[in-house]
Design a protein around this ligand. Structure first.
Ligand SMILES: Nc1ncnc2c1ncn2[C@@H]1O[C@H](COP(=O)(O)OP(=O)(O)O)[C@@H](O)[C@H]1O
Ligand SMILES: [Mg+2]
Length: 345
């Protein structure tokens, strides 16, 4: 009997039943297969979010599920030009040993960039990958503390050796170079940029599957340095429900697009608080996930709740001990988003 996919079917159900339809969603410009929204939205709702023709999509889904060729798929666009200028001026850049560089960005501080960077590293590490974190927040570093890493990196023949977390994540952070971790770094932009470049080029990262770069807030020198002088594969944008209203996250998205970067995914942090009766209290307002997905063309990797346990674990340097459903969603969707080609925002 012929397969029939209807517009009211949930996206993730369609994809899990007919895996060959992933390329149809992708081809029509829906990254929903690695997206949290796809777990609850129907094909028609997904099409509406991306302002697409639902009829053409459903027709192609049915054609491909029934072994025919799709008709309405846009020709593949050229590979995104998100890779920055190689650091050949720096000499011994170990870029050949680092497979992917992903930067984590947000327009504003305190939104959870460092938390999301840390969680993504833990997720990749648990998948058996070799992971490093370059803490690009030179004046407000927090990665070393999250992972409970202390001390000064040693210098070897191949460069500075990043410190390692208990789970094996390699970390370079400005905190490691300060006599006292509460000492301020009172530097102007060019020095901050230079420190970031050195963390990349002078560190002996060895072989890495992923180098995650935790960026400082805003759209100033440091994010620009990372986007333009490191071969960044893509960017994860961290937002919180009220941020869209302040337009800060929009500036951030536009900056990535201006620099021809590729947005791999969006994470909505502090999306809600689970109340004792199990209900969700959206204390910062309703989710903006759909709008972010529409603006970036990238999947919503997760909506993370406000969770006192994660704050406590970060303060105690034990982020690697964290487990939760929302974290599993983030980890799963991030890994999925890396396997499928992502539409360029
Ligand atoms: N979902 C969350 N639940 C509880 N605490 C959080 C959550 N996200 C972030 N925090 C806490 O908020 C503070 C700021 O987060 P951080 O990741 O350092 O933000 P940013 O890097 O964007 O400035 C940290 O103490 C962190 O542990
Ligand atoms: Mg931070």
């Amino acid at each position: 009997m012929a397969v029939e996919i209807t517009a009211d079917m949930i996206i993730h159900e369609v994809v899990s039943k007919y895996p060959q339809t992933v390329k149809v969603f992708q081809g029509h410009g829906l990254p929903c297969t690695a997206c949290q929204i796809g777990a609850r939205e129907s094909v028609a709702q997904g099409a509406r979010t991306h302002r697409l023709n639902a009829e053409a999509l459903v027709s192609d889904l049915n054609r491909v599920a029934n072994g025919q060729e799709a008709e309405g798929i846009k020709p593949a666009t050229k590979a995104p030009v998100g890779r920055g200028i190689p650091l050949n001026v720096m000499g011994a850049a170990p870029e050949s040993k680092i497979r992917h560089i992903v930067a984590v960005m947000s327009g504003k501080g305190g939104v959870g960039k460092s938390l999301v960077t840390g969680l993504l590293a833990v997720a990749l590490q648990r998948q058996g990958m070799k992971v490093g974190i370059l803490d690009g927040d030179i004046t407000g570093p927090s990665i070393a503390k999250e992972f409970g890493v202390r001390g000064q990196p040693r210098k070897s023949e191949d460069g500075i050796e990043p410190l390692r977390s208990v789970g094996g994540v390699k970390i370079m952070s400005m905190n490691m170079f300060l006599p006292d971790s509460t000492d301020p770094v009172v530097w102007r932009g060019p020095m901050v940029s230079s420190a970031i470049r050195q963390f990349y080029s002078d560190a002996d990262w060895g072989n890495l599957d992923f180098l995650l770069v935790d960026l400082p807030p805003g759209t100033s020198d440091a994010p620009m340095t990372v986007m333009q002088s490191l071969p960044v594969d893509g960017v994860i944008i961290v937002s919180s429900p009220q941020m869209l209203a302040t337009e800060i996250v929009v500036k951030c998205i536009k900056m990535v697009q201006t620099l021809k970067g590729r947005i791999l995914g969006v994470v909505e942090n502090m999306a809600y608080l689970t109340m004792p009766d199990g209900s969700r209290n959206e204390i910062f307002g309703p989710s903006n996930g759909n709008d972010l997905v529409y603006m970036t063309g990238a999947p919503l990797l997760a909506q993370l709740p406000i969770d006192p346990e994660i704050a406590m674990l970060c303060d105690a340097g034990k982020i690697e001990d964290y487990n939760s459903d929302a974290f599993d969603t983030l980890a799963g969707n991030f890994v999925k988003s890396l396997k499928v080609p992502v539409k360029h925002g």
